[in-house]
Ligand binder design. Structure first.
Ligand code: NDP
Length: 283
């Protein structure tokens, strides 16, 4: 087959209002690096057209697609099945064609876990997790599946926090508790890992988590889901207390790695993908 005379394999990204999505550069860099004639195509899909878009992707033989807000829950009704963690979370951000079926997975939590595991293994550890939205939910479920001993969810809204703690207790039999976030939270000294799973700090370098910084002890691992700025105030403050800090870009790169692995079967080069993402984001 001559160059220019082949069909590209296609992977998509279905979202609304995500023009200029920097993950396109990251995923296509992985395809190119591994010599795959694949394309990753950003598609603007309205909620009303989601079902038709999924049927279209299936009809056109897409290897899969990512989906982001507002489609992460609504997409499930259009799929043929779900992976284990996506079923537990009730949210899908990555769809994979397996045989004739489109199967929904969730790579957000898996990406976070990969990034975390480069510094500390979560099995048997005690975790404090700020937030109970989509990202925190994905992270908490993967931490539970990975054998984390105890998770404290610290969240502003009690109802959302209680729902997540209920899921962790009922479906994962996890030792989980809720702290409703009022004023500066003091992290218990027995904590191994502290995670910001909220959107506090996104595009806001000065934004501060309501947290008693003196309760952060050297040796604790501190991670942020926020990836812009890469170095958040939370991570800087934690590093100044002697904690090991993990940025949100690692989570973003690693969720891309898990997706490429699902679609292609290859283990992509992490350095190539991080470099492409950083360059697309101008960092
Ligand atoms: P959601 O809207 O689902 O959840 C937001 C969470 O942040 C909720 O727990 C909310 O609390 C909390 N929150 C927001 N503002 C405040 C505040 N001022 N004070 C206290 N709590 C607050 O968002 P997502 O979970 O989808 O996204 C969260 C962050 O994760 C975003 O910054 C997003 O960019 C990032 N993210 C990063 C990824 C990566 O790969 N690095 C992947 C996915 C997301 P409440 O329940 O009280 O409203």
């Amino acid at each position: 087959m001559s160059a220019g005379n082949f069909l590209h394999e296609l992977v998509g990204s279905m979202s609304q209002g995500a023009a200029g999505n920097p993950t396109v550069a990251m995923i296509e860099a992985a395809f190119a690096h591994h010599g795959l004639h694949w394309r990753y195509v950003n598609m603007e899909v309205t909620p009303a057209n989601l079902g038709a878009a999924v049927r279209g992707a299936k009809a056109m033989g897409f290897r899969g697609f990512n989906c982001s807000l507002p489609h992460k829950v609504a997409v499930i009704q259009h799929l043929d099945g779900l992976g284990e963690s996506a079923a537990l979370m009730g949210a899908v951000n990555c769809v994979v064609r397996r045989g004739e079926n489109l199967v929904g997975e969730n790579t957000d939590g898996k990406g976070f876990l990969k990034s975390l595991e480069s510094v500390i293994a979560p099995k048997g550890k005690s975790v404090v997790l700020f937030g109970a939205g989509g990202a925190a939910r994905a992270i908490a479920v993967e931490l539970g599946l990975a054998g984390t001993k105890r998770i404290t969810i610290v969240n502003r809204s009690e109802s959302r926090g209680a729902e997540l703690v209920g899921l962790l207790r009922d479906k994962l039999k996890l030792d989980a508790e809720l702290v409703v976030w009022r004023g500066d939270y003091a992290v218990p000294a027995t904590t191994d890992i502290v995670i910001n799973g909220t959107s506090i700090g996104l595009y806001a370098p000065e934004a501060r988590l309501a947290l008693d910084l003196n309760s952060l002890k050297p040796g604790m691992v501190v991670a942020d889901v926020v990836f812009s700025p890469v170095r958040t105030r939370f991570l800087d403050d934690a590093a100044a207390q002697g904690c090991r800090a993990i940025d949100g870009l690692g989570m973003l790169v690693n969720q891309g790695i898990v997706g490429v692995q699902y679609w292609t079967g290859l283990i992509p080069d992490v350095a190539v993908m991080r470099k492409a993402l950083e360059s697309a984001m101008g960092v």
